[in-house]
Design a protein around this ligand. Sequence first.
Ligand SMILES: O=P(O)(O)O[C@@H]1[C@@H](OP(=O)(O)O)[C@H](OP(=O)(O)O)[C@H](O)[C@H](OP(=O)(O)O)[C@H]1OP(=O)(O)O
Ligand SMILES: Nc1ncnc2c1ncn2[C@@H]1O[C@H](COP(=O)(O)OP(=O)(O)OP(=O)(O)O)[C@@H](O)[C@H]1O
Length: 369
Amino acid sequence: MLDPSLVSLTYLDEGAANIVYRISASPSASPTRSSHHESYSRTTPPPSEIDTPPIRPSSSNPFPGQLLRLRKDNATAAVLDSHHHFNNRIAPLLPTANLIQQTLVRASSHLIQKCNAGLRSMEKRGARSPQRAGVYLAEGEAFAVLVTDMSSSNSSSDRDAPVEAETESLSVEFKPKWLAQSPNAPSNGTSRRCRTCALRALRESRGPMPGDEKLLSSSSGFCPLKLMEQDRGIVREVGNRIVELNRIRKEDRGWMEETLFAWLYGNALLARLRTLQVVMDPEGVLMGNLESPDFLTAMTMRDCTLFLRIPRDGGPIEARLGDLDLKAASPKKADYWRRVERQLIDDGWYTAIGRGAAVESEERCQLSQ
Ligand SMILES: O=P(O)(O)O[C@@H]1[C@@H](OP(=O)(O)O)[C@H](OP(=O)(O)O)[C@H](O)[C@H](OP(=O)(O)O)[C@H]1OP(=O)(O)O
Ligand SMILES: Nc1ncnc2c1ncn2[C@@H]1O[C@H](COP(=O)(O)OP(=O)(O)OP(=O)(O)O)[C@@H](O)[C@H]1O
């Protein structure tokens, strides 16, 4: 049970649907913590089904190696549903060692309100991305999850070291997105872009969204099909691009690029992810049953994030997939998927003709090589 009277939360990062916080002992338990951390003081009783990690008040993080992930009020699936979906449908499909682990905890409304006050204050200070502003945590949500912390660390037992300290490992993350072409795209001979590159080109044609620095670090920066290539030069190129997108400092780029290339080339985890995407959705969003559990699982697999923690000493890379959230079978979402696919086909974003020819993306799709 997460006891808010014992913890302080520090904003780490956010995506479209969730916000992730670092956890530390509250100022009363740890007088050295700085005052800008939000702290919480209400205890909620533990629900019986919740796996309860032991609290260690003497540690600076009562849940060592874990972060707290809270749901925003725009997310389509409740935390409990998403967590059960993860346990029952997703986790059995992938090696445990390659998954961001989740532990369900109860989140009091007081804790969430405090976090929302913190978000509003960040907005006032200009410390929150304008793209994310105006959307807050769901105050009616009763649960949150503790997740494996994959951020750069000093050591697995001390993840609270100051950020300016030289880390023992560096982390990179990227969304592998659609590792195979959309089943509904024009046949291979005529497609010049894969689904991810076609959608990126469409979005580029509209111009960048204000304050969207995140666009650089998610799916927009490279062609996912290149990750599946046999050609070493192509895999090296995409690995280097991932290092660049993660804004790794210059002095670390050389060894990171080498290590990342060695990990990416012929990688079994990415191959498995691709297989799941293909097998779970052989018909595509225009032909398939958009409410079927298999189809929704394929969409989850097309929108997850791969986190890699890369040790400086050449030790083994820790690789975990996260953001494997339930995609709800809602008419709104189904409509979005169909609309995007129709537009990519009808306006020539796959074939790079008509409107789709207007954008010459800097990042070339593997299908156009
Ligand atoms: O439609 P896509 O492929 O752009 O994916 C969306 C993501 O955009 P991306 O291209 O990865 O930057 C999008 O990510 P961002 O908003 O860009 O962080 C979401 O992950 C969205 O899923 P949901 O609506 O939160 O369930 C994602 O929507 P789904 O299509 O996976 O439902
Ligand atoms: N387990 C983790 N370890 C380290 N950093 C993490 C972890 N989980 C999330 N983050 C950071 O927080 C960011 C947002 O988290 P997350 O991907 O869970 O949000 P989301 O809203 O589900 O994303 P999306 O926009 O794809 O729906 C990530 O891009 C990453 O930088």
